[in-house]
Ligand binder design. Sequence first.
Ligand SMILES: [Zn+2]
Ligand SMILES: [Zn+2]
Length: 261
Amino acid sequence: MYIDSHCHINFPELSVRLPEIFGKMAENKVTHALCVSVNMPEFPSVLELAEKYPNIYASVGVHPDYEETPEVSADDLVRLSQHPKIVGIGETGLDYYRLEGDLEWQRERFRTHIRASRATGKPLIIHTRSASEDTIRIMREEGAGTDAGGAGGVMHCFTESLQVAEAAMEMGFYISFSGIVTFKSAKDLQAVARAVPLERMLIETDAPYLAPVPHRGKMNEPGLVSHVAEFLAKLKESPLEDVARTTTDNFFTLFKIPRTA
Ligand SMILES: [Zn+2]
Ligand SMILES: [Zn+2]
């Protein structure tokens, strides 16, 4: 079995075809998925899916790419994350690729999420793009990691260097690989995935984006996370069962979900 540790099935292009999406998950033995929040106006649609389907979990948070969106306070995040199906805080982090100018508001928003994570013990789902130095610095300054009394979390859709992965792992974070690692051009990232131990690894789709090979360019969905696992097993010369079992165990451990779920 596999778990998609990061998807956006509440987005309209996916939410209109849920029966098909659940069918594909079953076909490819993808048993659970984490539907990740990107802003507060859309958060109810994330929560609704988690409440309706036992195998869907959810997070609460505001993504760094949303500039014109209501800010969330640490108190709000703490309150909303008390729901039993809300297992993480995010997605949060920094993205200097998509936006320019003074991005102090992004860093402040990121700090707010880390504070809520520390207050609740719910792990962080961190997005970082063209901003790894500041991301790691703020994680350290705010004590995001389990090494500093924080709840840790996951560096999602990882595309950074091994150095960045190691810095995050030192803070107790997991590294999540998406379909990007399956792309022919992703040689550097494949070297990183070879070096990251399976014990620190999660797999994800980030659907509807970034479909893995052999579905590259099409709309992504949680059922396709099995292709990421298959690719990683070949890359790491590990049995596919080990990749499946370990990434599944890691998911339940990180998000503190009882195995009976
Ligand atoms: Zn992201
Ligand atoms: Zn995402």
